[in-house]
Ligand binder design. Structure first.
Ligand SMILES: Cc1ncc(C[n+]2csc(CCOP(=O)(O)OP(=O)(O)O)c2C)c(N)n1
Ligand code: SF4
Ligand SMILES: [Mg+2]
Length: 336
């Protein structure tokens, strides 16, 4: 049997059979997640799958069945994810949300998770609609795009990547559910990054938002994508053997020693330039396009656990001795 770096077969990374519609982009994302987690060698007991409510938020049921999981209230995944990370720094916290779950009811939680830089991966399975409640516009729908019955969206679009960069995010990427070649290394880089890693994945809803007036349909995405870069993920201590022409690659070293090599694809894009990233997001949107790749990364930011000086030991492993203040410390505290 073929096994990964930690000796586990691919089946360990599978979950329950999907109950989503056949052809849903969210199912493709699940398959890319299984590949990314298998190749990365994540131990199931170290993985915490967190989600809210929506078709997208059902995704955690469909991969790594033996991992921990928490399916929270609509839009409240970030609080549960923050709590899990603070309680146990050893966990790889992987949050999965939808565009409704994130940009409508959960927008406040999203904003605060990003600005606190909680060490977690945050995936938005973005189809521009509320799939589970049968196809109403979400806040990520583009102005002028239409519902299936022809009704246009007249409200301003919330760009979850632009918003995250504005709020101080340290890792922001956008990709497409149909592009495993770009998405799998982006996921692996996100697993390695310390801080909140935002992955906005355009994921067409074949049942309610895959028609001619939609800007989140398979056809539209394929015709209007601007690829900023194609990533290669290189594990910690692994030698860089990939051959590129000079000047064609931007190399970003992540804190755990891994690196991402960003191949330029017809554009001279700098993924470490916060203002440049915002400018590209705005300019592409104005042209009716969307930019994909690793849009912004700052590998040196402080995450919430560091800032709050959390102990490395998971809280469940702390004994009474670690938690109870001594008599002399108590006296010293009140002496002056
Ligand atoms: C507090 C609360 N309000 C509203 C709902 C109804 N509701 C369920 S899922 C959903 C939207 C889901 O949209 P999204 O997050 O984009 O996920 P998708 O189904 O498109 O993947 C809504 C409004 C709810 N379950 N709970
Ligand atoms: S309704 Fe849309 S988002 Fe929900 S499972 Fe079906 S295709 Fe996917
Ligand atoms: Mg949605």
């Amino acid at each position: 049997m073929t096994v990964n770096l930690i000796g586990l077969g691919r089946d360990v990374y599978k979950g329950l059979p999907t109950t989503l519609c056949a052809g849903c982009g969210h199912n493709s994302i699940t398959n890319h997640l299984i590949k990314a987690l298998y190749e990365y060698g994540v131990e199931p007991h170290r993985l915490a799958k967190m989600s809210g409510i929506g078709c997208s938020s059902k995704t955690p049921a469909y991969f790594v069945e033996q991992a921990h999981g928490f399916n929270g209230v609509h839009g409240r995944m970030p609080s549960a994810a923050t709590g899990a990370k603070l309680a146990n720094r050893d966990l790889l916290v992987l949050g999965i949300s939808g565009d409704g779950d994130t940009a409508s009811i959960g927008l406040g939680q999203y904003a605060h998770m990003v600005r606190r830089n909680v060490d977690a991966v945050y995936i938005v399975e973005n189809n521009g609609v509320y799939g589970l409640t049968k196809g109403q516009f979400s806040a990520t729908a583009d102005v002028g795009s239409t519902l299936k019955n022809g009704t246009p969206n007249e409200y301003a679009t919330i760009d979850v990547c632009g918003l995250a960069i504005e709020l101080g995010a340290t890792f922001v990427a956008r990709s497409f559910s149909g592009d495993g070649k770009q998405l799998v290394p982006l996921l692996q880089a996100a697993f390695s990054h310390r801080g909140t890693s935002i992955l906005d994945i355009i994921s067409p809803c074949v049942t309610f938002n895959d028609h001619a007036g939609s800007t989140k349909s398979y056809a539209y995405v394929k015709d209007h994508e601007m690829v900023a870069n194609m990533p290669d993920f290189i594990r910690p201590a692994e030698e860089v053997t990939v051959d590129y022409e000079p000047g064609m690659v931007q190399e970003v070293r992540l804190e755990d020693g891994a690196h991402v090599l960003l191949r330029k694809v017809g554009h001279d894009y700098d993924a470490t330039d916060r203002i440049g990233a915002l400018k590209t997001i705005h300019e592409t949107r104005d042209r009716g396009e969307f930019v994909t790749g690793l849009l912004f990364v700052d590998p040196n930011g402080q995450d919430l656990c560091e800032r709050e000086k959390m102990v490395q030991t998971p809280l469940k492993d702390l004994g009474e001795e670690d938690l109870r203040i001594s008599r002399s410390e108590w006296s010293a505290l009140f002496s002056g």
